[in-house]
Design a protein around this ligand. Structure first.
Ligand SMILES: Nc1ncnc2c1ncn2[C@@H]1O[C@H](COP(=O)(O)OP(=O)(O)O)[C@@H](O)[C@H]1O
Ligand SMILES: [Mg+2]
Length: 409
């Protein structure tokens, strides 16, 4: 039985963090000879095997050690503890521009990379056009790579990595730098690579692409392996924890917020809450019952008000703005204190962080009493649904009459 493609045993990688430089001669003399740094383990006690033909995703928050682990596997960093054993030819696509010589042209770098992988020149000559074509760099291939944009670097790096016939491909998050069409082509290429029975180790921020690409996953947390196993349960546990941390963060932010400012004529919003199926919350699932609850206060009964709620996704997309119906409230007199709710029986929003703007205006004068721009936020999580984008739109597929399944004898 052949051994694994990659075996990592008790791997640890330490970085030395230097404290602020001493500024004055006196401080230099005083501190002379003493350590002004501390050691910090970016990866600790990592042990796992990647069987030949397996696809492993590595997930974890920023700074959890994913890139450091990949660089140890790729042999770019030397571990301080433990060992890495690689069986087969390994090509790595790590940070943007890594593995390129900036003064050399794209063409020269292709040959250089091939030589580093131990491939004969004639092999590289044969795949050269494919590499350049896939990277869409025909016109630029004789320019020095230091003149390339980060997108061009990544296209070339990925194209080289997949065309140089590696047994093991290691890809860090860099693909996110490319445009959507190129990312798609990379993912297709990675699936092809996988179907050829090659071994893949893949780090991505996009959990969807990890789910699509990988059979198994490792969750790194503070440099240590939290979970390892089949991709679905590991992603599930990771997402649950990230959501819980996010809920705590939003909760703390809300508590630390200064009191809401009073509005014109003493009419103001005194509180905003998001209500889910189990009461007030900050993280919701697509399809949950959802409401925004606005408490207001006014020195006297409120005549002819217009309430307003707007939802803005964190990338700035205005998803929806909803005023109350003027014809309904124009003549109305509301109590001096009260709560209004904007309710949705099933939250249609898909994954994302949404900020909420809330306002109260006077219909007669068209003037705001108060407008609180994006003061609160909530997170939406979409579990196991095939749709992508901003929101569900009440969509429905209508299909031709499906023939009944043939009856089996
Ligand atoms: N060359 C380095 N020198 C010092 N610290 C580093 C170096 N590279 C990474 N780190 C630190 O190691 C930790 C893990 O980093 P990294 O592996 O890049 O995490 P990730 O890829 O999961 O975001 C971080 O705290 C990072 O600041
Ligand atoms: Mg990284």
């Amino acid at each position: 039985m052949a051994g694994p493609a990659v075996r990592v045993t008790g791997l640890g990688k330490r970085f030395r963090l230097y404290h602020q430089r001493n500024q004055t001669l006196k401080q230099v003399l005083v501190h002379r000879g003493r350590g002004r740094y501390e050691d910090f383990w970016a990866v600790r006690d990592a042990s796992f095997e990647v069987p030949v033909g397996a696809t492993l995703g590595i997930i974890g928050e920023n700074g959890s050690g994913k890139s450091t682990l990949l660089r140890c596997i790729a042999g770019i960093l030397v571990a301080d503890q433990g060992s890495v054993h690689v069986d087969g030819r390994l090509a790595a696509l790590l940070e943007v521009g890594a593995g390129f010589h900036p003064e050399y042209s794209g063409r020269e770098n292709i040959y250089l990379n091939g030589a580093l992988l131990g491939l004969p020149r004639r092999y590289i000559r044969r795949v050269f056009d494919d590499i350049v074509g896939f990277a869409e760099l025909d016109r630029f291939i004789d320019n020095p790579v230091k003149t390339y944009s980060s997108g061009m670097y990544v296209r070339l790096g990925f194209s080289i990595a997949v065309h140089l016939d590696p047994d093991i491909l290691v890809v860090d998050e860099v693909l996110a730098v490319g445009d959507a069409a190129f990312q798609r082509r990379c993912m297709d290429r990675i699936s092809q690579f996988r179907s050829e029975g090659r071994t893949l180790i893949f780090v991505s921020h996009g959990l969807e692409s990890v789910r699509e690409t990988c059979d198994t996953a490792i969750w790194l947390d503070g440099g240590r392996m939290r979970e390892m196993g089949a991709v679905e349960p590991v992603l599930g546990q990771y997402v649950a924890e990230v959501n819980a941390r996010e809920a705590i963060r939003l909760e703390l932010e809300t508590r630390a917020r200064p009191p809401l400012p009073g509005g014109r004529a003493g009419v103001g919003v005194t509180g905003i809450r998001f209500i889910g199926p189990d009461g007030p919350a900050t993280v919701f699932r697509t399809g949950d019952p959802f409401a925004v609850e606005i408490s207001y206060e006014s020195p006297q009964p409120l005549t002819g008000p217009r309430f307003f709620v707007g939802f803005v996704r964190e990338d700035g997309v205005t998803v929806l703005t909803v005023p109350t119906d003027d014809s309904e409230l124009e003549e109305a007199v509301l109590p001096a204190r009260g709560v209004v709710r904007l309710a949705m029986p099933a939250l249609p929003l898909l994954d994302g962080l949404f900020q909420v703007t809330v306002g109260i205006a006077e219909i007669r004068t068209e003037e705001w009493y108060t407008l609180l721009d994006r003061v609160y936020a909530f997170r939406v999580v979409t579990d196991q649904r095939p749709e992508r984008g901003v929101a569900l739109l009440g969509q429905r597929w209508e299909l031709p009459e499906l023939a009944p399944a043939p009856v089996r004898a």
